[in-house]
Design a protein around this ligand. Structure first.
Ligand code: ZN
Length: 244
C-alpha cells in the first residue's frame, strides 16, 4: 500500500495528537467519578443530621408517652384517695392505701424517666443543631468542589473538541486504508501504533525484522508494518533525510 514519507510524518504527528486527546479524554472521564463521590459525601452529611432528627422525634414521643402514663398513675392515686372515704372495712382501707402508695411509687419512677428523657432531648437537640451547621458547611464546600469540577469538565471538552477538529483535519491527507490500519492497531490497546525501527528491531516488541522489511522501510514508499506486533514501523534516519 503506497504511503509517502510525508504521510508518515503526518501520521506520527497524528499519533502525538491522539496521545494528547487520550489524556484529555481520561481527565474528562475522571471528573464524573469525582463528582459522584462528592454527591455521596453530601448525602452522608445529610444523613448524619437526619439520623439525629429521627432520634429527637423518638425521644419526644417517649416523653409524651411517659407523661401520659404519669397522668394515669396520678389519676389512679386520686381515684383511690376518694374511694378511701367510702370503704367500710379496715382491710379494704389498707388494701386501697397500698394501691395508692404503689401508684405513687410508680409515678415517681416515671417522673425520673421523664427527667432523664428531657436531659437526653436537650443533649440531642444540641447535637442535631451542631450537626446541621456542620452538614451545611460541608455540603457548601462539596457543592463548590462540584462546580469547580464541572467548570473544568466544560473547559476540557472545549479543548478536546478543538484538538479533535485539528487532528481530523491533519488526518485528511493520509490514505484512508493507512488510517484504518492505524486505528485498528490503536483499538487493540497498542496506543503507540507507529513506532521507529531501532537498528534492525521493532522498538515496541523488539523482534528482529526481516532484511526485506528494513529495505522497504528505508525506501519509505509504502506502508510497512511489524510482522510480529502489527504496528506501523518507520526508520527515523529515512524521515530525517527527508526533513534535511
Ligand atoms: Zn513489533
Amino acid at each position: 500500500m503506497a504511503l509517502t514519507k510525508e504521510n508518515l510524518i503526518q501520521l506520527i504527528a497524528i499519533q502525538e495528537a491522539d496521545a494528547s486527546l487520550d489524556k484529555l479524554k481520561s481527565d474528562m472521564d475522571n471528573i464524573p467519578v469525582f463528582v459522584a463521590n462528592l454527591r455521596e459525601a453530601i448525602e452522608t452529611e445529610k444523613h448524619k443530621a437526619s439520623d439525629l432528627k429521627t432520634m429527637l422525634l423518638t425521644l419526644e414521643k417517649k416523653k409524651k408517652e411517659k407523661e401520659l402514663e404519669l397522668a394515669q398513675k396520678e389519676e389512679s392515686a386520686k381515684k383511690h384517695g376518694t374511694e378511701l372515704n367510702a370503704v367500710k372495712t379496715n382491710e379494704a382501707f389498707k388494701a386501697l392505701q397500698l394501691e395508692i402508695e404503689r401508684a405513687k411509687a410508680q409515678g415517681s419512677e416515671i417522673e425520673t424517666e421523664i427527667l432523664q428523657t428531657m436531659e437526653d432531648l436537650d443533649k440531642t437537640r444540641k447535637e442535631e443543631k451542631a450537626a446541621n451547621v456542620e452538614a451545611q458547611a460541608e455540603c457548601k464546600k462539596f457543592e463548590a468542589e462540584i462546580s469547580a469540577h464541572e467548570g473544568r469538565l466544560a473547559d476540557l471538552k472545549t479543548r478536546f473538541d478543538a484538538a479533535k477538529a485539528k487532528r481530523d483535519e491533519a488526518a485528511a491527507p493520509i490514505p484512508a486504508e493507512t488510517m484504518r490500519i492505524y486505528n485498528h492497531v490503536r483499538s487493540r490497546g497498542k496506543l503507540d501504533a507507529v513506532v521507529a525501527i531501532e537498528g534492525s528491531n521493532c522498538s515496541a516488541c523488539r523482534i528482529t525484522l526481516a532484511p526485506q522489511v528494513i529495505v522497504e522501510a528505508t525506501k519509505a514508499k509504502a506502508l510497512v508494518t511489524c510482522e510480529s506486533c502489527q504496528r506501523i514501523i518507520y526508520r527515523p534516519e529515512t524521515l530525517a533525510a527527508k526533513a534535511a
